[in-house]
Structure formats: structure tokens, C-alpha cells
Ligand binder design. Structure first.
Ligand SMILES: [Zn+2]
Ligand SMILES: [Zn+2]
Length: 261
């Protein structure tokens, strides 16, 4: 499985010389497994995803907060009518997903009516998508703790497993189900928007801390954790300092990072 991280920033895209190293694009992660290309969330980082002609392509959305869908209308290849791509979420049935995305990308919010324009973007039922791919790729979902609801996903192919846990405000009651969900994983992507001392004022904002990620990593059987959904306030200088103090097996994610598992 090949993984490319296209957008590791949370909440809002950032751009200045202080955000060069870890990047400023919002949530978007690409996996290539067998003959399938899966894109987890379509934040502004989706602009840089190269959609592959010869692969089956799916966008899986955790939820529809702006930072997870804003790139949808900005990928050049998606405007090619022959570029067929499925879009799905465990959170909505296809009709509701289409309607909600249509609202965001039309009328007074967007210059085009995107869902009308992109006939090649097929809204799919999540359980049908899972069923249709089950011989090659196992896709599972788990509800996160997030205002407005959000789903995490795991993708397993040829005994390699990636788990995506964003956006999520970690609570102790989630521990058993999260441990179970991450069992025998190769990579876990963790929502580390905050640090512990910021969490005090950010209860109910829907995100976890980096320190909670470290603690969780010690409880699970997982080879590597990548902390992502970086706060838009956190500069390269600050992230570098945090990264240098992380224990083995845990790293901060950055835009453009490639990993093969
Ligand atoms: Zn987010
Ligand atoms: Zn969110």
C-alpha cells in the first residue's frame, strides 16, 4: 500500500514562510492499494492528487466540515468527464451526501453547480462500496466523537492496514473500541490538533491532543502513528520542536509525505 499525505493542516488552509515544512493544505490522504486509489477526505490538499486513469477511484469522506471538502472543486483532473470517481461517506446515504455537497458547491457559496457539472462523480452507498471491494480491500468505519458527527476509516490490503482517526475528540469511553479498531495496524493517522494545555479551553471543539495520541499509541498494537490535522496556529518552528521530542514510532505528518507499507 502506498500512502501520500496531501493535506495535514486542520480547520483552515495556511500559507506563509512559517508553514512551509509541514504544509498548509487541509485534510487529504491518498492510498493506492492494488488497482484502487482511495482518497480520504477532499480538503484543499485534494488539489494535488493525481487521479489515475487506470485505477478504480474513490473519495471517502469522514464528514463534511469545510476543511475536509473544500478541495473538491479544485482538482484539475476531476473535470475530465472520463475520470470516473466514486464518492461516499459512512455518515450519509448517497442522496443526502449529494444534497449536502450540492448546497456547499452551488448558489451563493460556489460559482459552479459542482454536482451537476461533475457527472463523472458518482455518489455511492458506503456499505455497497465496502461490499464491492471486499475481495481486494477491507474497508471499515467507526464513528468518531465530533460535533456534527464524523467517521474514521480503516483500509486493509494484503495484510497491511491503515487507520484514519480524524476528526475526533478523544474521550476515555472510546478507548476499547478505538483499540479494537486499530488492532494490528501499520499506520494510524491521529487528530493532534491541540496540545494538552490548549484542550482545557477547547472542550467540545471536536479534536484531540498530541499527548493523547502518544498515550493511545502505547496502548495499541500499531507500527507507526502519524499525528496530523495540525492547528493552523502551529508554525514549523513549534512543530519541529514537538517532532524532535516524540518517541520512536510517532512522527508529525507533513504535506507531500510518502510512505509505503
Ligand atoms: Zn477537520
Ligand atoms: Zn470536523
Amino acid at each position: 500500500m502506498k500512502i501520500t499525505l496531501h493535506g495535514c493542516r486542520g480547520s483552515i488552509a495556511v500559507s506563509s514562510k512559517e508553514f512551509v515544512k509541514y504544509g498548509g493544505y487541509t485534510s487529504c490522504y491518498e492510498l493506492r492499494a492494488g488497482n484502487t486509489q482511495i482518497i480520504l477526505d477532499a480538503g484543499t490538499g485534494f488539489r494535488n492528487v493525481s487521479l489515475q486513469k487506470d485505477l478504480k477511484k474513490y473519495i471517502l469522506l469522514s464528514h463534511l466540515h469545510h476543511d475536509h471538502i473544500q478541495g473538491l472543486g479544485f482538482n484539475h483532473e476531476i473535470f475530465n468527464p472520463s475520470c470516473n470517481i466514486g464518492i461516499s461517506s459512512a455518515l450519509y446515504d448517497p442522496t443526502e451526501l449529494r444534497r449536502t455537497i450540492q448546497t456547499f458547491f452551488s448558489g451563493c457559496y460556489f460559482p459552479l453547480n459542482l454536482t451537476e457539472k461533475l457527472k463523472n462523480l458518482k455518489f455511492e452507498n458506503f456499505s455497497t462500496l465496502v461490499e464491492n471491494n471486499k475481495d481486494d480491500i477491507l474497508i471499515e468505519s467507526l464513528e468518531m466523537n465530533h460535533p456534527g458527527r464524523s467517521f474514521g476509516y480503516s483500509v486493509t490490503h494484503e495484510h497491511k492496514k491503515l487507520v484514519y482517526l480524524s476528526d475526533n475528540e478523544f474521550k476515555h469511553w472510546q478507548l476499547a473500541e478505538l483499540c479494537d479498531f486499530c488492532e494490528n495496524s501499520d499506520i494510524v493517522l491521529w487528530d493532534g490538533m491541540f496540545i494538552d494545555k490548549e484542550l482545557i479551553d477547547k472542550k467540545g471543539w471536536g479534536h484531540s491532543s498530541i499527548e493523547q495520541g502518544l498515550e493511545f499509541f502505547n496502548k495499541i498494537n500499531c507500527k507507526k502513528m502519524l499525528i496530523t490535522h495540525h492547528s493552523p496556529e502551529r508554525t514549523d518552528y513549534e512543530l519541529d520542536k514537538i517532532n524532535s521530542e516524540l518517541p520512536d514510532g510517532i512522527e508529525l505528518a507533513f504535506d507531500g509525505m510518502n510512505i509505503e507499507i
